[in-house]
Design a protein around this ligand. Structure first.
Ligand code: DON
Length: 563
């Protein structure tokens, strides 16, 4: 009892203090040499074990990605796609795009009815929402370029975990149980996941183990050709979908030049199109850079205002200009130039909110949970990889390939099905992100690496749909401007604005009432109800003494493992 009242008194004291004084200083896992931070302890451990065996960060990327496909089926995947940004120990940087793409027979209006209206859920649920997966091509692209251990060693732990099973966590059981009805609706047979789950249940995936064995034995062809491909296409056909064997054979991951820019003497390396993350991050950070944040309290009214106005302008540009650069011309240099940003921010006033334009935006935001996944890796040689990967929403399309045991993504919803009609994240799009055969849908994923004084400083990323960009942003500011440690930064409450809908999403109970009342009086609309979690940031900070601090997001089951 005494303890409880002490705790209450302490928390009252803390809430009454200024934000800068109430910072809860929590330190994440500290490792001397190497670390993996991911959505599940099993995956982080498999990645870290590979490093301990002498593998590098790229080997660990393959191992961690495959492990997540087994232990974190909600977002970890082989039936989805993603992006990787890397910085090798000699300072070289690069980026890999293994984003899904539209099938060969996809067409611009494929989600519209005869009257030209969007058919509800067609782009986001079931077999019609599936894009051609890129994950396995991505893994092999990375492995063939940089891998050092035998591939078998990287995949075997995941095969064993799929066959022998792992224990379901409480959060996982809840997520699975919540999705049961949709599993039933999306499939024409009773899938393995379609039952009632309880924390601690053993989840074994024999068919997935067999698929992984085919990949172990035949490499990339074990997925895009042969039995796996046939099972995939047969089931898609059975359900009336359009992905063909030719689509699978033709898929290629693409090396791209990352977006690189400086923010207050830090070099930021982030993902380029078809991920919008790097461009938007550059725009927002450059909009903020002229302001002296040491004068602005963290998460105060002014802080929320400044970030919101920068975000609003950037997301408006995202809507209009951004799409797959292999299909549309995007003026990346102009959009991120100092002059352009200065001009965009010239209408910003501390006295009142700039209202977003009146474009109609239909329904508000997505009701799906936060289900992409990010992992950060630093190896004992100094290489770093930052990978965000997804099926799009939780369990993707909910279609589980019969006989092959893996979920297919619902990434087609990231295209703009029709201008002015929002996707599940409330994001709008334009011509630049219209559907075309083999085009990649625009993403918000923002795997990022930060360098300072020529040295690696931070590896960071998160899931969260449209909120990915602003979560990465806030964590960069936490560390660079507010001197927080990695775990402390990850723990901070977050907020988000994306131009339309014209609201600030805030994690509930994270911001004090005074701040919210003041924001309201300045014309900002705050929305907490549907914002229980904004992102799950998994990051690594290199401390001044060279050790690594993990930031594993407690909003999920995320865990850092290292040595
Ligand atoms: O690529 C994108 O931006 C989305 N498909 C990411 C989805 C995501 O983060 C899921 N979490 N809400």
């Amino acid at each position: 009892m005494k303890k409880i009242s002490l705790l209450i008194a302490l928390s009252l004291l803390l809430t009454n203090c200024k934000t800068s004084e109430k910072k809860e200083v929590t330190t994440g896992l500290i490792a001397q040499k190497a670390m993996v931070v991911s959505a599940r302890v099993e995956a982080s451990k498999i990645g870290s074990d590979i490093l301990q065996k002498g593998g590098n960060a790229y080997d660990a990327m393959a191992a961690t990605q495959l492990a997540l496909a087994v232990v974190y089926p909600v977002a970890g995947n082989i039936g989805g796609g993603g992006f990787m940004v890397y910085r090798s120990n000699d300072g070289k940087t690069g980026a890999l795009d293994f984003r899904e793409k539209a099938p060969l027979t996809a067409s611009r209006d494929m989600y519209l009815d005869e009257e030209g209206n969007v058919i509800p859920n067609k782009s986001s649920f079931g077999v019609h929402s599936v894009g051609v997966p890129g994950t396995i091509a991505g893994i092999f692209e990375v492995y063939n370029k940089f891998g050092s251990l035998p591939f078998k060693d990287l995949i075997q732990p995941s095969i064993d975990m799929a066959r022998n099973g792992f224990r379901v966590t409480k959060k996982q059981a809840n997520a699975l149980n919540k999705t049961r009805k949709r599993f039933e609706k999306a499939n024409n047979y009773k899938i393995l996941f379609d039952r009632e789950w309880t924390e601690g249940d053993l989840l074994q995936q024999k068919e997935l183990a067999q698929t992984l064995e085919r990949i172990r034995d035949n490499g990339q062809d074990g997925f895009y050709k042969g039995k796996t491909a046939q099972l995939f296409v047969d089931y898609v056909n059975e359900l009336g979908g359009i992905i063909s064997l030719e689509d699978l054979v033709k898929y290629k991951a693409i090396w791209r030049k990352p977006i690189e820019f400086t923010y207050k003497d830090h070099k930021i390396i982030s993902m380029t199109l078809p991920a919008s993350g790097g461009i938007c991050l550059a725009q927002i950070l450059k909009s903020i850079e002229p302001y002296d944040l040491s004068e602005i309290e963290h998460n105060s009214t002014k802080y929320v205002q400044l970030l919101t106005e920068a975000e609003r302008r950037s997301y408006a540009d995202r809507t209009n200009f951004l799409g797959d650069i292999d299909f549309v011309n995007v003026p990346i240099d102009s959009l991120t130039s100092t002059n352009y940003i200065k001009q965009r921010m010239s209408t910003f006033s501390w006295d009142k909110a700039t209202p977003s334009s009146e474009v109609s935006h239909g329904k508000v935001l997505g009701y799906e949970s936060d289900e992409t996944t990010h992992y950060s890796i630093v190896d004992q040689f100094g290489n770093a990889v930052s990978v965000t990967t997804t099926l799009n929403t939780g369990y993707g399309s909910k279609v589980l390939v019969k006989g092959a045991g893996f979920f297919l993504n619902n990434e087609m919803d990231d295209f703009s099905a029709k201008p002015g009609v929002p996707n599940v994240y409330g994001l709008l799009g334009s011509e630049a992100n219209a559907i075309a055969p083999e085009k990649r849908m625009l993403s918000s994923m923002t795997p990022t690496i930060v360098e300072y004084n020529g040295k690696l400083k931070m590896v960071i990323g998160t899931p969260g749909g449209s909120t990915i960009i602003t979560s990465v942003l806030q964590n960069i500011l936490n560390v660079v401007d507010y001197n927080m440690g990695m775990q402390e930064s990850v723990n901070q409450p977050r907020f988000h604005h994306q131009w339309l809908p014209d609201i600030i999403r805030m994690e509930p109970n994270g911001f004090d009432k005074k701040t919210k009342t003041k924001l309201d009086s300045l014309g900002y609309q705050i929305y907490e109800k549907n914002s229980l979690i904004i992102g799950k940031v998994d990051a690594i900070l290199i401390l001044p003494n060279g050790t690594l601090e993990g930031g594993a997001d407690k909003r999920g089951d995320d865990t850092a493992v290292g040595f």
